[in-house]
Design a binder for this molecule. Structure first.
Ligand SMILES: [Zn+2]
Length: 374
């Protein structure tokens, strides 16, 4: 665990929010950061050029998907994920755990790992902590996630306790695995909404010595207020010197609340997935381009937005593209949505640095919930 990997660059004076800097072999990441999701070595519909122009400093790749197709060994032979997809900036890979438990047709859990059937062709596979590490080592990502169990929900406290202990035993096996020298391993804190389980899990992970701490198993069906309340109480107890990552979350407001509680890293498929369903995410809430009211609207999708889509194309045109099923519609909306998320994070960082985060938070919250487009 090198102290030069993560540095807190500014602690907000009126709360838990903070700015930081993560230094990897493939570049520097200013936090709080949003990581676009490149599930199968592609952030859907975008080229790597576009991601660079949109100032994405790190993207996420999915171990489960890349293991099944084209296979981590093939990617390893092609020089690793960075070279394979021609992306020179940092990459984080997840552990495969979440997808094994949520996507595979059948999964059987034991101490060794998880046996599962591929959701693609029904073939049988095993992912264990060692295999997850081996896959992520071949991929060569800068940040590697420890393999964790993601219990089916709702789960009793007893079940979550058992699952958390297995996650800890697996974390130890991941920690013992020899990754590439440039790779940093993050631990995954589990335990549902139970503060005592989460604390015990986190303290054990800290003792094992990880480069960062991730929170898994949130935004998976609990009430939004419950997640916010949990994060506000728990995140400030996490070690200051480690980056804190909230996995798979979320909406713009979820991210803002996460930053407020002291989190540094976020990822979510929402901006890319919703784009393919015709939804622009804007400062004034989601805007659905399918709405007939936009059919002859010559204005930009999101007035005031400086993204390549909004500065050139009209609502009328994009609505037409979407209605007839042109690929370009999904691309244009994705460009805007990723720009919107990354620009929001840049504004969040500025507001923390200038000690105006509360004001930014309140204004953003008010605008986003104004329902202007409905
Ligand atoms: Zn835009």
């Amino acid at each position: 665990m090198s102290s030069s990997f993560f540095q807190c660059t500014h602690q907000y004076s009126r709360g838990e929010a903070r700015c930081g800097r993560i230094t990897t072999a493939h570049g520097v990441i200013e936090t709080p950061v949003f990581m676009p999701v490149g599930t199968r070595a592609s952030v859907k519909t975008l080229t790597q050029d576009m991601l660079e122009e949109l100032n994405a400093t790190i993207i996420l790749g999915n171990t489960y998907h890349l293991y099944l197709r084209p296979g981590h060994e093939l990617i390893g032979r092609m020089g690793g994920l960075h070279q394979f997809m021609s992306w020179k900036r940092p990459i984080l890979t997840d552990s495969g755990g979440f997808q094994v438990f949520s996507l595979s047709k059948l999964n059987k859990l034991n101490e060794e790992g998880v046996r599962f059937q591929s959701h693609i062709d029904g073939s049988y596979h095993l992912i264990s902590p060692e295999i997850s590490m081996e896959i992520q080592k071949s991929l060569g990502s800068d940040i590697v996630m420890a393999f964790d169990e993601c219990p089916a929900l709702p789960a009793s406290k007893e079940e979550l306790d058992k699952s958390m202990r297995l996650t800890l035993r697996w974390a130890k096996r991941c920690r013992e695995y020899q990754l590439q020298p440039h790779q940093h391993l993050f631990g995954s804190v589990q335990g549902g909404l139970h503060r005592d389980l989460r604390t015990e899990c986190m303290e054990s992970l800290v003792e094992m010595g990880f480069s960062g701490m991730a929170l898994g198993g949130l935004s998976v069906g609990e009430k939004n207020e419950e997640m916010v309340e949990f994060l506000d109480g728990f995140v400030p107890t996490m070690p200051n010197q480690l980056p804190r990552y909230l996995m798979g979350v979320g909406t713009p407001l979820d991210i803002l609340n996460g930053v407020k509680s002291g989190l540094d890293m976020f990822d979510c498929v929402l901006p890319t997935r919703n784009a393919r369903n015709g939804q622009f995410l804007t400062r004034h809430g989601p805007l659905n381009i399918k709405n007939a009211a936009f059919s002859e609207d010559q204005g930009p999708p999101d007035s005031g937005c400086q993204c390549p889509t909004c500065t050139r194309y009209s609502r009328s045109y994009i609505r037409h593209l979407f209605t007839v099923g042109e690929y370009l519609a999904a691309q244009l909306i994705t460009i805007h949505n990723i720009y919107f998320y990354l620009n929001m994070m840049a504004q969040v960082r500025d507001s923390i640095f200038s000690d105006q985060f509360d004001e930014f938070y309140q204004n953003f919250y008010k605008d986003y919930t104004s329902n202007r487009w409905r």
